[in-house]
Write a protein that binds this ligand. Structure first.
Ligand SMILES: O=C(CO)COP(=O)(O)O
Length: 261
């Protein structure tokens, strides 16, 4: 089946709500509506920006969607500093990243917690973008496919096949994030193909065929075309390049198959 490419901009801890409005306005202005027939585009800003973006997207009826970068596994309660799935749903979030390597590294998130967050997102109709990826030493030892496979299945544990349809998987090799070292298209395809294969074995070919598998790690307008040309790479989770309107627009247009606007 032909999966529609998907480009998600993970802003990480960048841009206040005023800067967020300016960036989304620029993207909306420079990427004409016709491109959205061929590519889905989302931005994933910090929590403090989401309400402003919701107002802008709703007010101007933009085709771009948005989401968050994390959520609590709980729906409400005494969890100081956390933000819940129902809160994100109320803000119109379509997506939430879960299991990003920066959360695994700086907040000690393990596969069990990541799995709880995946379930919390699905419960409230927010699609989780489940990130998996190996560190450099794992790749050098040749363990990358096995490592990502394990992270994927551990986070999806307990889900019904029907629920897995709504999960987006993102393969983000840790050594390629923010380093300018992009995995070659062949390296990325090897893992994305294996992840889709694991989904097919566990949940059936039909579901595996539908799930979008993204690549992330130093994606730019200069390398997006060869990545999305791979059979099993359905788009990208973009960090640094998603903070520049012109570069991000170019990248989205190329993922749509061009031409540049
Ligand atoms: O972590 C990433 C997206 O989630 C990738 O970040 P960069 O595109 O800045 O390498």
């Amino acid at each position: 089946m032909a999966r529609k490419p998907f480009i998600a901009g993970n802003w990480k801890m960048n841009l206040n709500h005023l800067e967020a409005i300016a960036l989304v306005q620029k993207i909306a202005f420079s990427l004409p509506e016709k491109y959205y027939a061929k590519v889905d585009v989302a931005v994933l800003p910090p929590f403090t920006d989401i309400r402003s973006i919701q107002t802008l997207v709703d007010g101007d009826k933009l085709l771009l969607t948005y989401g968050a970068q994390d959520l609590s596994p709980h729906d409400s309660g005494a969890y100081t500093g956390d933000v819940s799935g129902p809160m994100l749903a109320k803000l119109g979030c379509s997506y939430v990243t879960v299991g990003h390597s920066e959360r695994r590294e700086y907040h000690g998130e393990d596969d069990e917690l990541v799995g709880k967050k995946v379930r919390a997102a699905l419960k409230h109709g927010v699609k989780p973008i489940l990130c998996v990826g190996e560190k450099l030493e794992v790749r050098e030892a040749g363990g990358h496919v096995g490592h990502c496979h394990e992270q994927l299945l551990a986070a999806l544990k307990g889900l019904k096949a029907e629920q897995v349809r709504d999960v987006v998987v993102a393969y983000e090799p840790v050594w390629a994030i923010g380093t300018g070292k992009v995995a070659t298209a062949a390296d990325a395809e090897e893992v994305c193909k294996a992840l889709r294969g694991a989904l097919a074995d566990k949940y059936g070919a039909e579901i595996a065929d539908e799930v979008r598998v993204l690549y992330g790690g130093s994606v730019k307008s200069g390398n997006i075309a060869e990545l999305v040309a791979c059979d099993n790479i359905d788009g990208a989770l973009v960090g640094g390049a998603s903070l520049q309107a012109e570069e991000f627009t170019k990248l989205c247009a190329l993922a749509a198959g061009g031409p540049l606007p």
